[in-house]
Design a protein around this ligand. Structure first.
Ligand SMILES: [Zn+2]
Length: 265
């Protein structure tokens, strides 16, 4: 599933490609379970509107449509936005096509259909705080006292938005904290380390263009490279880069969780 760095990379690509373009018409396929707004509402907000900006809110991609409203895309597990010339063959599982004045098409493709498409006539705001904008005190305030494992707190989108499984594991490794530790048992110093680690990992991943796991590609059709820098994620049994202990994998709140049993306490 694309997380904050992947979505940020996609948004940066889209900004270059579609801002200033106008949506002339919209086609929506038969499979309606992706739609979180009625199809006719999506068509009515998108058609004839100019894309004045694209921004990221957590893991959501938000197309700003001038006064018409906003189009919100959540990619789910396998969603992709493609920009294609009209004559380019349609990929299987294409569920929406927005035809642009520039004679290109913005296409939403999603084999597993776990993404979400919606519109609002006002301004969309996602729940939770942006990890790259939040200050240390607020970060500490969000997590301290929580009895859940620190990793589940990191994944809770109502607290921080955009941090998912990969970056939670990587940040906890860098901070030297075991994923299962209860947030309430983490010291203020460790929280400072975690705060820095979350931001560092996200920034590095954005610079690398995200992590190419499963079939993620950015809006330019390029893969990201942060997976080459993963220190624990999906390295089960491989030696820790710091202490050479084999990386362990456990399942925590239903998610594969990777850590070094020696470096993380
Ligand atoms: Zn280690």
């Amino acid at each position: 599933m694309p997380e904050l760095p992947e979505v940020e990379t996609i948004v940066r690509g889209l900004v270059k490609q579609v801002v200033g373009d106008r949506i002339e018409s919209v086609w929506i396929g038969e499979k309606k379970n992706l739609l979180k707004s009625p199809a006719r509402e999506i068509v009515s907000v998108l058609e004839h509107s100019v894309i004045t900006g694209v921004r990221r809110e957590g893991k959501h991609i938000v197309f700003e449509l001038g006064g018409a409203g906003e189009w919100i895309v959540h990619l789910g597990m396998t969603g992709r936005l493609l920009i294609a010339l009209k004559r380019t063959a349609l990929a299987r599982h294409t569920h929406l096509i927005a035809t642009l004045r520039s004679r290109r098409e913005l296409r939403y493709v999603d084999p597993r259909r776990l993404g979400r498409l919606s519109v609002t006539r006002s301004v969309f705001a996602a729940e939770g705080f942006e990890p790259l904008e939040i200050g240390l005190d607020l970060f500490h305030g969000l997590f301290r006292g929580r009895r859940t494992p620190v990793k589940s707190a990191l994944l809770n989108q109502k607290l921080l938005r955009g941090v998912g499984n990969i970056y939670a594991d990587e940040a906890l490794f860098r901070a030297g904290i075991r994923p299962r530790r209860r947030a309430s048992r983490i010291t203020r110093d460790q929280f400072s380390r975690l705060y820095e680690a979350v931001r560092e990992v996200l920034r590095e991943a954005i610079e690398a263009g995200g992590s190419s796991v499963s079939n993620y590609v950015n809006a330019d059709g390029e893969e990201g490279f942060f997976q080459l820098r993963h220190r624990v994620y999906q390295r089960t049994g491989d030696p820790c880069f710091v202490c050479k202990s084999p990386i362990k994998r456990v399942v925590l709140v239903g998610r594969g969780t990777h850590y070094c049993p020696n470096c993380q306490k």
